[in-house]
Design a protein around this ligand. Structure first.
Ligand code: NAD
Length: 437
């Protein structure tokens, strides 16, 4: 199979490399010449565990290459995947489809022979119809089938998720396209990965429904965590107690500072807009969005309480900036709002992240001092706040930290410690949904 991937970001690059690793011939295209130049010189434009080895291997074995030229490769392809960004549109929160439509027009002008055009970007219901219309308008001769194949990988675990997915959703009723898509994913059959064939609109809605449901589940446990704090219960035990029920499931029941990242915030918002436009509001999701928005600044108030009510002039060490561990992605990271709120309360912020510091700097407010290690960030701090649960924060040298901080206060927004582990070393400890100690 000859596959072209348009967009070589978190999804396009991982998908392209994994398809190559299955044995397909893959060309990854991106408009951003600096990304392609980096990839062609053996450097990755993103951080994703295991991706560098997999890219190197497939380039070496000549199944994978990178280019800014879309037309040449598309003319030869059996399947062209669109994996460009669909950020929130400024102003109204709808998905910005300009990159998808731009790619579709370019593909239309370049296709030769029957070609399956596969939308892997997360797009609102009906986008596939519009992509097809645009392509026919741009090139009435084009013999294309437009398929929806949403992606469910998680950054930080993307390769494993792509190679061993829970399901592969393929939205098309075109028999020729079904045959091509079956061939594209055939190497996964050994792992009995279920292909779910639907019509295109249903596939598009599956992706938004999945993300909205997960965002709602996180928000649910976050609210229960707040209640736990008020009534003296332990949210981790509540999560365990309800998660053991198969109907509920234990995943996405970790209370924290509110969801962030490149998908949940924009996708929940886009679903709300689609639903409103269709006179069928999704009130649970509207509420989820509102609760989550308020939650991040509420985390800064938790820090203020932990230090005794006044942060003015105090130094706060923020550990972890990316929206979750094992990625350098800073899009909609909770750290952005939390740090802003800490500064608004008068705190001086020092920050450390193992991987995402360079990506973080342009997105965070001015006036932060960036440290090279946890211990540098925490020196003379009046409070240490764990915002992202990187592995290296799970076994901090608490005696060493106790020596160097101004006040031994740890606020753990990810519940990675047990209270007694921390208090034993002379720290005061606050976490989410558990009594402060
Ligand atoms: P990204 O911003 O990392 O990558 C998109 C890339 O597309 C960029 O490198 C950009 O330069 C390129 N691009 C834009 N227009 C182009 C064009 N016409 N030709 C060539 N390249 C072009 O985005 P991402 O995180 O990979 O997300 C892509 C899509 O996948 C989004 O719709 C997102 O919602 C969805 N998705 C993302 C994830 C995730 O974890 N990041 C998971 C599932 C689905």
């Amino acid at each position: 199979m000859k596959i072209v991937m348009i967009g070589s970001g978190y999804v396009g690059l991982v998908s392209g490399v994994c398809f190559a690793d299955f044995g397909h011939q893959v060309i990854c295209v991106d408009k951003d010449a600096s990304k392609i130049e980096a990839l062609n010189s053996g450097r990755l434009p993103i951080y994703e565990p295991g991706l560098d080895e997999l890219v190197a291997k497939n380039v070496r074995e000549q199944r994978l290459s990178f280019t800014t030229d879309l037309a040449g490769p598309v003319g030869e392809a059996d399947a062209v995947f669109i994996a460009v960004g669909t950020p929130s549109r400024r102003g109204d929160g709808h998905a910005d489809l300009s990159y998808v439509y731009g790619a579709a027009r370019e593909i239309a002008a370049a296709v030769k022979g029957f070609t399956v055009v596969v939308d892997k970007s997360t797009v609102p219901v009906g986008t596939g119809d519009e992509v097809e219309r645009l392509m026919r308008e741009a090139n009435p001769e084009a013999d294309v089938a437009v398929v929806s194949n949403p992606e469910f990988l998680r950054e930080g675990a993307a390769i494993g998720d792509f190679k061993r997915p829970d399901r592969i959703v393929i939205g098309t009723v075109d028999e020729r396209a079904k045959a091509v898509m079956t061939d594209v994913y055939r190497p996964l059959f050994l792992n009995t990965s279920p292909l779910i064939f639907t019509d295109r609109r249903t596939a598009e809605l599956i992706k938004y429904s999945a993300n909205a449901f997960l965002a709602m589940k996180i928000t649910f446990i976050n609210e229960i965590a707040d209640l736990c704090e008020k009534v003296g219960a332990d949210v981790q035990q509540v999560a365990r107690g309800i998660g053991a029920d198969n109907r509920i499931g234990s995943k996405f029941l970790h209370a924290g500072p509110g969801y962030g990242g490149s998908c949940f915030p924009k996708d929940t918002l886009a679903l709300v807009k689609t639903a409103q436009d269709n006179d069928s509001p999704v009130r649970l999701i509207e509420t989820t969005v509102a609760i989550n928005d308020q939650r991040k600044r509420a985390m800064a108030r938790k820090v203020v309480r932990a230090v005794g009510g006044d942060l003015y002039g105090k130094k706060v060490a923020v550990l972890g900036l990316t929206f979750k561990p094992n990625t350098d992605d800073m899009r909609e990271a909770p750290s952005i709002s939390i740090i802003q709120a800490l500064q608004d309360a008068g705190a001086k912020v020092s920050a450390y992240d193992p991987v995402g510091m360079e990506q973080a700097k342009p997105l965070l407010p001015a006036g932060i001092s960036y440290a090279d290690s946890v211990y540098e960030a925490a020196a003379d701090a009046h409070c240490i706040v764990i915002v992202t649960e990187w592995d290296q924060f799970r076994a901090l040298d608490l005696p060493r930290l106790k020596e160097s901080v101004a006040d031994p206060i740890l606020v753990d927004l990810r519940n990675i410690y047990q209270p007694e582990e921390v208090t034993r070393h002379g720290f005061r400890y606050a976490s989410i949904g558990r009594a402060s100690a």
